[in-house]
Design a protein around this ligand. Structure first.
Ligand code: PHB
Length: 405
């Protein structure tokens, strides 16, 4: 009698389990980005990239679906993003948080991810040490060191700049970017003659006094980091209005200063600017051509993706990988990290992977130059570096060499 009961109960259990597994599940994901204010265009790019991935992969999760709950971080500073993450975790009970354009926002979310054990997939924020701030963060975008260090080497080694001035938006990724440039530039024999803080990410400053100070130092190269968005065209225009190219000062930087969605608005001021970056829309690969076509079909023929959009697209690919690995159950932070450490993807930017040890992105970096072609500005790849890791963590520099949780 007892044996029959046990058999019947376990049969019922198996039926219940099978039913649970075949039942479609909705995965709630929190997405934090600037959706209003001066950086709203960035939030829109990132969300468009994420939603394009979802649209193009309707069957990847079997019958399961994703509900992406968008929250506005408004400003580059951290408190609004932190409150949004708190609300997403406690009230919405999201299983994962993604998005995050600005470094201070990603940093403010890190302790919550650790405490609540909620995995975070960073789609943009680039300060190198951010993944060290929580065991539950992975980054699919870039680190400031990937472009900065390579640009430093290139400026001294290939462009022949003996001296350089760096100008940077004065917050963590800006400081990181010029530190990376300095390291690469000096290692290749260059000398930095000035480093100029140029205001905050929240407001586009008048670059004239900074560039006048640069001009007075007569460097061969001016390396500039400003965050994606409205700053870059003001940089190009001030560089031109002060006739700095004619004065023999080459403008170089990470690809943030030639962001595709800003490029055409820069006009002839941008021609000749040399950048190092992991993506621009002119990459010729089959994956990128397919991505561009899908983007335009979805968002209109005048809409273009840029590196922020690709961060959203690839970030969502990583989120889908974490969902698939959860086997129809709730995503766990440990499960997501196990899946994403070593994760690989064929991105529009080229092959990418997540370093199993640092949880940070490994990807190609392209040296490109802006040229005029058929009345438009284009970016032409001159050199490619394969599978670049974050130099700051490789060299264990400062916070990059520490566990920060
Ligand atoms: C950042 O805040 O980490 C950040 C924002 C925009 C960029 C790059 C880095 O273009």
């Amino acid at each position: 009698m007892k044996k029959h009961l046990i058999t019947a109960l376990s049969a019922a259990g198996i039926v219940a389990l099978a039913a649970a597994q075949s039942e479609a599940r909705e995965y709630k994901i929190g997405f934090i980005g600037p959706m209003s204010g001066g950086a709203a265009q960035l939030g829109q790019q990132m969300e468009r990239g994420a939603r394009l991935y979802m649209k193009l992969h309707p069957n990847e999760l079997g019958g399961n679906t994703v509900k992406m709950i968008v929250r506005d971080s408004k400003r580059p500073g951290g408190p609004i993003a932190k409150a949004a993450a708190q609300e997403l975790i406690t009230r919405e009970k999201v299983e994962l948080i993604t998005g995050l354009i600005f470094s201070p926002n990603a940093m403010s979310v890190a302790p919550l991810a650790t405490k609540a054990k909620v995995p975070v997939v960073i789609m943009n924020a680039g300060t190198a040490f951010i993944p060290n701030m929580s065991p539950y963060m992975v980054r699919v975008s870039f680190t400031m060191w990937q472009a900065g260090f390579i640009m430093g080497q290139h400026a001294a080694g290939k462009l022949g700049c003996k001296t350089a001035v760096s100008g940077y938006t004065n917050y963590p990724p800006g400081k990181d970017s010029i530190a990376a440039f300095r390291k690469g530039f000096e290692a290749s024999g260059g000398k930095i003659v000035d480093e100029i803080p140029m205001g905050s990410p929240a407001k586009v400053p008048d670059f004239t006094p900074f560039f006048q100070r640069t001009k007075s130092k007569k460097p061969n190269c001016l390396y500039v980091f400003v965050p994606a968005g409205n700053h870059a065209s003001a940089v190009a225009k001030t560089y031109q209005s002060l006739a700095m190219r004619k004065a023999g000062i080459a403008l170089v930087g990470p690809g943030d200063i030639t962001q595709d969605t800003q490029l055409q608005g820069m006009g002839s001021a941008a021609v000749g600017v040399v950048t190092a970056h992991h993506y621009h829309m002119f990459l010729k690969s089959k994956e990128n051509q397919g991505f561009l076509k899908a983007w335009k079909a979805e968002y209109g023929k005048n809409s273009v993706p840029d590196f922020v959009g690709v961060g959203g697209y690839d970030g969502m690919a990583a989120v889908y990988a974490a969902i698939k690995a959860s086997n129809g159950g709730r995503i766990t932070a440990d499960g997501a990290m196990k899946t994403l450490r070593g994760w690989k993807f064929n991105s529009p930017r080229g092959p990418i992977s997540i370093d199993a040890e640092t949880r940070d992105i490994v990807q190609n970096v392209y040296i490109s130059v802006v040229r005029q072609s058929g009345g438009k500005l284009v970016q032409e790849v001159q050199q490619k570096f394969d599978a670049v890791k974050d130099k700051c963590k490789e060299l264990k520099l400062g916070k990059c060499g520490k566990k920060l949780y």
